[in-house]
Write a protein of this length. Sequence first.
Length: 405
Amino acid sequence: MECLRREPVESLLMLPSGCVQDHWPSSLQEFILTARSLVLPREQKSPQSFLPNSRVASIGTVLAQGMNSKKKHEIEALSGIVDAIARSRGAKTVVDVGSGQGYLAQALSFEYQLAVIAIDASSHHASVTNTRAERIKKHYAAKCVEKQQFKVPRTVTCHVLSSDTLAAVTLDACQDDHGEHITETNNCNQSIPQIEQPNHSIPQLVLAGLHACGDLSVNMLRVFVSCEQVQALVSVGCCYNLLSEDTDTCPGFPISKAAKSSKLVLGKSIRDLACQSAERWRNLTKEMALQNFDIHAFRAAFQMVLEKYFPEVSRLSPSIGRQGKALRRQRLRKVMESHLAMGKADDLSYPNCKEQNMNTDGSLPTEPTAPKGAVECCSNELCTGFNFYTSHKLQLFWIVCFSSL
Ligand SMILES: C[S@@+](CC[C@H](N)C(=O)[O-])C[C@H]1O[C@@H](n2cnc3c(N)ncnc32)[C@H](O)[C@@H]1O
């Protein structure tokens, strides 16, 4: 750690690329090079490059309502991929796991005419999905010249906590009759309701999920492995830090048998760290990276202050990360704007920088106004004697603290 503390920001930014310095201890160099060799590639590829028979339909304004440009891009690409895979496996039914407001489910129903079951824990999401689907159906029916039946996705509300439940809910929803009641369980040893004899009332199906949080993606994998009706799995995981680690049940976080037998416990902070997308750092300019590090450090410091002096606030408002993220984005946008104004656009290698800074509705975030007290503090007694750099940092720290509350 000591040698890293002395390194300039530029060489820290090169760490994710596997760049090591000769003067670092060989154990550190080895660790970084091994970690780099294990990284999964993150290059963007078009669906056609690995699925030549796929068709990516452009999503129109009615179907795209409520989506920002990132979500629209994801839904367009993923629905084309799910459709191509479903066709190649002879499956006409797709189960969208963690379907949210039904964006993927609706694209698959209306653009690709697949039968879709949308499973989500939130009943509110189910009712939004149903309302949206009815509106979209009217639009498609109106523009269709021939008489065509449009099927809306079927919504199922279930908080899935195990692969058993996911298998049972999936098979039950796909079956012709829906008599059986599903009981939630956490017990991984309970056998999955496997259909021994081929049951012709249950169609071949594809499990799909876009940003299915934590263990939900793991449970999809388990159901894919054990359930013969599931012909394919298309899953984009999310919130890896939420993966469970409890070894008494079936942990979602992948740990080798050797690590388990040594009773190794990682804990939330280490799982969080393992899930940081450090790959992004190398695309940051030095200035952006420094600001990024500042905000992370401030958040950590603020968390410590809260836990020590205001434990009840820390317990009741666990939203520090979210607010800090908005502030960080807003600050990055400012840096980028000033770079652009100075004609330094070439320095900005941060990908999709405009989109990264957008609110979920696609608009740019508004300036957070620092609470009056915070700014006054900096220009009055607290900052007397500080040089500009320090007072600027203190001011920023105050803004982070207040915006986090
Ligand atoms: C990040 S959102 C993704 C929503 C949607 N797939 C999309 O991309 O717009 C994750 C969704 O999964 C649902 N979810 C999370 N954990 C779940 C669980 N254990 N069982 C069922 N749904 C869950 C949440 O309610 C939320 O709607």
